[in-house]
Design a binder for this molecule. Structure first.
Ligand code: FES
Ligand code: FES
Length: 133
C-alpha cells in the first residue's frame, strides 16, 4: 500500500515524541487502544494559565498512519483551547494525511487520544477545584 508523502514525512520525522509529567496538574494524559489492530497511543497535553494548550507529546506503538496521525495532532492542538481541540475530527486528520479507508481507524485513534487527554485534564482540574473550595 502506498503511503502519502505527508504520512511518510510525519512517520520519518515525527513531531513532539515523548512524555510530559503526568502528575503535573496542568497536564492531561490520554491512553487509547485500537480494537481493530491492538495499536496503542498515548497523548499528553499541557495547558497554560489561560487554558491554552502550550505543549503536546505523544508515544505511539503502532503503524505508520497511527504515528503520523499522532504527530499531526500534536501540531494541530498546540495554541488551541480545550474546546477548540475537542472539535478536531478524525476526518480532518485522515483528509490532511490522505489516509486510505483501511487506515481511517488510525486517525480515529488520534481523535480518541485527544479527547481522552482533555477529559483527564478536566477531571484533574475539577478535582483540584473541589479541594480548594
Ligand atoms: Fe499493525 Fe497497526 S495493525 S501496526
Ligand atoms: Fe491500527 Fe494503524 S492504528 S493499523
Amino acid at each position: 500500500m502506498a503511503y502519502s508523502d505527508k504520512v511518510l514525512d510525519h512517520y520519518e520525522n515525527p513531531r513532539n515524541v515523548g512524555s510530559l509529567d503526568k502528575n503535573d496538574p496542568s497536564v492531561g494524559t490520554g491512553m487509547v487502544g485500537a480494537p481493530a489492530c491492538g495499536d496503542v497511543m498515548k497523548l499528553q497535553i499541557k495547558v497554560n494559565e489561560e487554558g491554552i494548550i502550550e505543549d503536546a507529546k505523544f508515544k505511539t506503538y503502532g503503524c505508520g498512519s497511527a504515528i503520523a496521525s499522532s504527530s499531526l495532532v500534536t501540531e494541530l492542538i498546540k495554541g488551541k483551547s480545550l474546546d477548540q481541540a475537542m472539535e478536531i475530527k478524525n476526518s480532518d486528520i485522515a483528509e490532511e494525511l490522505a489516509l486510505p479507508p483501511v487506515k481511517i481507524h488510525c486517525s480515529v485513534l488520534a481523535e480518541d487520544a485527544i479527547r481522552a487527554a482533555i477529559t483527564d485534564l478536566r477531571t484533574k482540574q475539577g478535582i483540584k477545584d473541589e479541594q480548594v473550595a
